[in-house]
Write a protein that binds this ligand. Sequence first.
Ligand code: FEO
Length: 172
Amino acid sequence: MFSSKLEEQLNHQVSLESKASALYLSMASWCEKKRLNGAASFYYAQSDEERQHMLKVFKYINEMGGHAKVPSVNPVEAEFSSIKEVVERSLESEKTVTSSVHHLCELAREVQDFGTLNFLQFYVVEQREEEVLFGNILDRIELIGMEGQGLYYIDKELEALAKQKIKTEGLA
Ligand code: FEO
């Protein structure tokens, strides 16, 4: 039987993925306004990907006989001081999501729901990849610097990452 505690935590996961999708959409908008079009493409793709993550958990809850709940929409930050801050905030957000995924795994193990534990492995792998991705982008920003033509090259790097992501994740 589907544990109600697990159902509640999975619904919490839905809200975190939804919040991440909204945050990345807001970051895409900020980048676009700053004429950082490569970074904007990257964050639009990132936002789409988080929505897919949200839907995957959402559908799983109902499939298991639970009730998936649509999370309330809270305002997200719209202003950032720099692209570096945008990426730092992204990494911070991913770390919060990772903690929640790990907590869910512990809970699934505790209630001996091995099917859900298996379902969650996708998120364990995904979170590791996302943290590495944002960590690498921060390293590149440190290396390239944001002075002079630095911003232009950072934007180009994010544009390349966006193209890669759209292709590998099958995003529109
Ligand atoms: Fe799906 Fe990156 O949290």
